[in-house]
Design a protein around this ligand. Structure first.
Ligand SMILES: Nc1nc2c(ncn2[C@@H]2O[C@H](COP(=O)(O)OP(=O)(O)OP(=O)(O)O)[C@@H](O)[C@H]2O)c(=O)[nH]1
Length: 536
């Protein structure tokens, strides 16, 4: 019986399967899971960045509107102050207290406005809302003064942020030109806007910047008027030029709005930026939402997603390991079965040999002869060749046993069997122990004469062994007698008949003195025996 290999365990598919199970399948699966998860997270990340862009846009445009409105209010206040000043100039004696009161009233419209003044064409402050005259400096050296002096249509000019000489606070000065009745330059009206207050005003209601977010208000020369970062006013940057590749490009093309992502050269923080010009003013603002803050939630999701992916990968690896282990167990069970099969086959072969072998002499036994005999008979019949059969028997063996013992008798039989086997032709002749001290020999291709020659030689070989046999009546050593018969088989004849003739001849040999070889002489029984050839 052959043990069938379980399906999928053939030698070639084994290695392919093993490779697939151990490396390719789990790797491909894991790669797919990772790629899928990575893609999902990237889409999610893009959405968070997009959301940050929207936030920056909303915040930026709200701030722009608010800033535009606040400067508009300041401008209107300055215009109202201009009207008053024109009036006061036309009057010879002006009550300083009344002027102060009127200016203070106008100033109070804007919470962050801390000073409202007017200077003459030489820059001397002539009207003021707070303080006394001694504290009023000449403002002719200020950039806004020069600008307004030289430009009739300048409108409201906003100064660079600077430390106020009176307030000792960071201020922006918003100024308008005063014209004389003939249109010549007649000085400026100027409002000092305290930056901290202004920013607080914005941050109190509008600026909802958190963490690393940033807000920047610049003039058209890229000077920072306000920078609000990390939850407070950044005074180190205010008044300095702030630009970047993206900002320069937006300035250059004159864009009204714009968005970009970049890393700040000031604090190295990556942000999503929104840029917008302030309507009606030579100003622009930039709002930056920290990418890190914008992605904080996403980072939590990433952690969770990769933890889940890791667990999934573990499950894949575990399942692969289990499949592989099961496969190994299956292969081991199969190889164990194969080993058992080999052992069984060998045992069967041994048993088969034992069942057809004589235990004492090692020659084939009678069962084997019953198998081989008919086979040789049929072959001779087919080939029309002669077949000789001989019966061989040890002489006076009972006496031998009696005299030398049964064990010596066994050894004697072993020696005889060995000598007889050695004297026969390998591959064609056949000998079997027929029973007791009797042997049967098949000599394919031998006629009577040939058979006689072989058997006579064997008889001499046994005699030559010179195994002492004191009780023998025919010699002093072990001898044997043989009877044989030979014929070319015919369909009408049988092997049993041939054996019977050989046995009869053995009987004759025994009766005629033993230690001899004899073929039946002149025996003709019936028509089927007509071609039997007998030895002399
Ligand atoms: N030691 C031994 N003796 C055996 C074995 N098989 C048969 N014998 C003995 O062989 C003897 C055969 O005796 P017989 O049949 O009377 O023949 P014989 O004594 O040889 O006389 P002849 O054949 O007339 O010469 C018996 O005593 C058997 O016990 C065997 O395997 N071993």
């Amino acid at each position: 019986m052959t043990i069938k290999k379980p399906s999928g365990l053939s030698t070639i598919s084994d290695s392919i399967f093993s490779f697939c199970v151990r490396i390719a399948v789990p790797l491909v699966l894991i790669a797919i899971v990772i790629a899928f998860q990575y893609k999902e997270l990237q889409v999610d990340r893009a959405q968070h960045i997009e959301h940050a862009h929207l936030n920056a846009h909303d915040l930026g445009s709200t701030l722009a509107t608010s800033i535009a409105g606040s400067f508009e209010n300041i401008d209107l206040t300055l215009q109202a102050a201009s009207d008053h000043i024109q009036l006061w100039r036309s009057v010879k004696e002006v009550d300083a207290n009344a002027v102060k009161l009127a200016l203070l009233k106008l100033q109070s419209r804007i919470p962050s406005m801390i000073l409202l003044r007017a200077a003459d064409a030489n820059g001397h402050v002539v009207f003021y809302s707070r303080g006394d005259k001694s504290a009023m400096f000449n403002v002719s050296d200020r950039d806004y003064f020069q600008q307004l002096k030289n430009n009739v249509n300048a409108g409201m000019v906003i100064s660079q942020p600077h430390m106020g000489r009176i307030s000792n606070k960071w201020v922006l000065v918003c100024a308008r030109r005063l014209n004389l009745p003939n249109g010549d330059f007649g000085g400026v009206v100027l409002a000092s806007v305290e930056l901290e207050g202004y920013i607080n005003q914005l941050s109190g209601g509008i600026i909802k910047l958190s963490g690393d977010d940033v807000f920047l208000l610049r003039d058209e020369q890229s000077n920072a008027l306000i920078r609000y970062a990390h939850g407070k006013q950044d005074m180190q940057i205010e008044g300095t030029k702030v630009s970047s590749t993206n900002l320069s490009e937006l300035d250059r093309v004159g864009a009204t709005t714009g968005s970009y992502v970049s890393k700040s050269a000031i604090d190295q923080i990556e942000r999503v930026y929104y840029y917008q010009r302030i309507e009606g003013r030579p100003l622009n603002l930039v709002v930056g939402i920290s990418v890190k803050d914008a992605l904080a939630e996403w980072h939590v999701e990433v952690k969770k997603a990769w933890t889940e992916t890791g667990m999934l990968i573990l499950v894949i690896l575990l399942a692969t390991g289990l499949i592989y282990l099961a496969r190994i167990r299956q292969q081991k069970a199969f190889s164990d079965l194969q080993s058992i099969q080999v052992v069984l086959e060998k045992t069967n072969q041994k048993l088969a040999k034992l069942s057809t072998t004589d235990g004492l002499t090692g020659l084939a036994n009678r069962r084997k002869f019953d198998e081989i005999g008919p086979h040789e008979w049929q072959r001779a019949l087919r080939k029309r060749e002669s077949l000789a059969v001989a019966m061989v028997d040890v002489d006076f063996f009972k006496i031998y046993n009696d005299e030398y013992g049964h064990q010596a008798g066994d050894q004697c039989l072993i020696a005889i069997a060995k000598t007889l086997a050695a004297g026969l032709r390998d591959g064609s002749d056949f000998i079997a122990r027929y029973g007791g001290e009797e042997f049967i020999i098949l000599l394919p291709g031998q006629d009577a004469q040939g058979a006689f020659d072989v058997l006579e030689r064997l008889r001499c070989d046994i005699e030559a062994l010179a195994l002492p046999h004191a009780g023998s009546d025919c010699a002093s050593v072990i001898t044997l007698s043989a009877g044989y018969a030979a014929m070319v088989p015919e369909a009408r004849s049988t092997l049993a008949e041939l054996i019977e003739k050989a046995d009869q001849n053995l009987y004759s040999a025994k009766r005629n003195g033993k230690n001899r070889v004899l073929g039946a002489s002149g025996w003709v029984s019936n028509a089927s025996d007509a071609n039997l050839i007998f030895g002399a």
